[in-house]
Design a protein around this ligand. Sequence first.
Ligand SMILES: NC(=O)c1ccc[n+]([C@@H]2O[C@H](COP(=O)([O-])OP(=O)(O)OC[C@H]3O[C@@H](n4cnc5c(N)ncnc54)[C@H](O)[C@@H]3O)[C@@H](O)[C@H]2O)c1
Length: 392
Amino acid sequence: MSILITGGDGYLGWPTAVRIAARTDDRVVLVDNFARRDWVETTGSTSAIPVLDMEARLDAARDRLGIQNMSFVQGDLTDDAFVDEILEVHEPETVVHTAAQPSAPYSQINGERANYTQHNNLQSTRNLLWGLSEHDLTDTHFIETTTTGVYGAPEFPIPEGGATMENQGERDDVPFPAMAGSWYHLTKSHDAANMRLAHKQFDIPVSDVRTAITYGIETEETAVDSRLATRFDFDYYFGVVAHRFCAQAVAGYPMTVYGRGEQRKPFIALEDAVEGLARLATDGPDARPDDHVVYNQVTRAISIVEIAETIADVSEEFGLDVEVEHFENPREEDETHKMEIEHDRYDELIDGQSTTFEEGVREILSILLEYEDVVTAHEDRFLPGVLTGDED
Ligand SMILES: NC(=O)c1ccc[n+]([C@@H]2O[C@H](COP(=O)([O-])OP(=O)(O)OC[C@H]3O[C@@H](n4cnc5c(N)ncnc54)[C@H](O)[C@@H]3O)[C@@H](O)[C@H]2O)c1
C-alpha cells in the first residue's frame, strides 16, 4: 500500500509527509519538481532556515526518526506521462496533493506569471484526477490543500463548504468556491470545482481541505533535528503575513501593515494543519469518506493589526523593540472586512486547536533569531517591487 504526497519538498508537504510516514507502515512516496526553491531564488530571497536537499532530508528522517518507508521521485505534475508513471508504479490508496504555486502576489506580477500559475496548478490537479480514473484507482482518497481564499470576503459567515441559495422563492445548496481574489486563489476555486466533478463522475472520495494562512516553523517530528526543518520564507512574494512580520521584528524593521489592516484573515498553526492532513491520510480505509467532504482548515480569524500587535508584544520578551507602520495598500481589498468562518468539522478532525497564535509567534521568534543574519541580509525583500517580470 502507498500514500502519495505531492509537493513533498514544500513548506507544508515536507512535515506532513514526515508525520504520515512516522504513523504508518505504508510506503510514503514524495513527489516534487523543486519549483518553490527556484521561485524564491528568482525573488532574490531565500528560506531563513536552511533547507537541506531531499536526499539529506530523507537520511535525517531515517537516522533520527527511524523512518524507512519514505522515498522521493523528482518530476513535474503538469507532465501527464510522469503522473501516469507514478500512479502505475505506486498505485496509491491515498493522495495528499499539496503541490501548487501558492503565492497570490507572485501570480499577479504579470500575465506570464498568472498563466504559469493557472497552468501549473490546474494541469497538475487534472492530471492526478484523470490519472486516478484511467488507472482504475477510483477508491483512492484524494486530499487537496485548497485555500480559504476560494470564499473571498462575503458579508455573511463563511460556511464549511457549500451555501444555501434562495432565488424566486426556491432554495438549494450550492458549492461555494467562487469569489477568489487573485489569479492564484482562483486556481483553487477551479480545483475545488474539478474535484467535485471528479467525485461525481468517477466516484473518487475527496477531502477538499480549505487551508488558512499557515504559520509556524516546527512540528513534533521536525523539531527533533535541524536537518528535518521545513522552509521559512519572509519575502513579499512568498512570506505569508505572519512570517513576514516576525522576520521584520527580528531584523529591527518596522512591521508593515498595508492600509488600515482591520480585515480579519483565517489562520492555522503548522502543527494543526499537518495533524489534520495526517489524520485524513492515515485513518484507514474504514474511516475514509466515500463522499466529497469540505474542511475549513482554520482555527481562528485574526485581524492584520492584531497580528502585528501580538508579534510586537511577544517581541518584547526577546528584547526586540518593534514598531507597527501603516503603508498604502498595494492590494484591492476591504481593509475592515470582519471575516467569520465556520470550522467545526475541521476542529473535530484534529480534536481542537493545539497552538494559540501567541504561542506560535513565540516559537517562530525563538528559532528565527538564530537566523537573524540571513533575514537582515535580505531585508529589502520585505517590500514589493523586486520582480518586474523581466527576470526570465
Ligand atoms: N502555506 C500556506 O499558508 C497555505 C495557505 C493556503 C493554502 N495553501 C496550499 O497548501 C499547499 C502547500 O503550500 P506551501 O505553503 O507548502 O507551498 P510550497 O510552495 O512550499 O509547496 C508546494 C510544493 O509543490 C511543488 N510543486 C509546485 N508545482 C509543482 C509541479 N508542477 N510538479 C511537482 N511539484 C510541484 C513546489 O516545488 C513546492 O515544493 C499549496 O497547494 C497551497 O496553495 C498553503
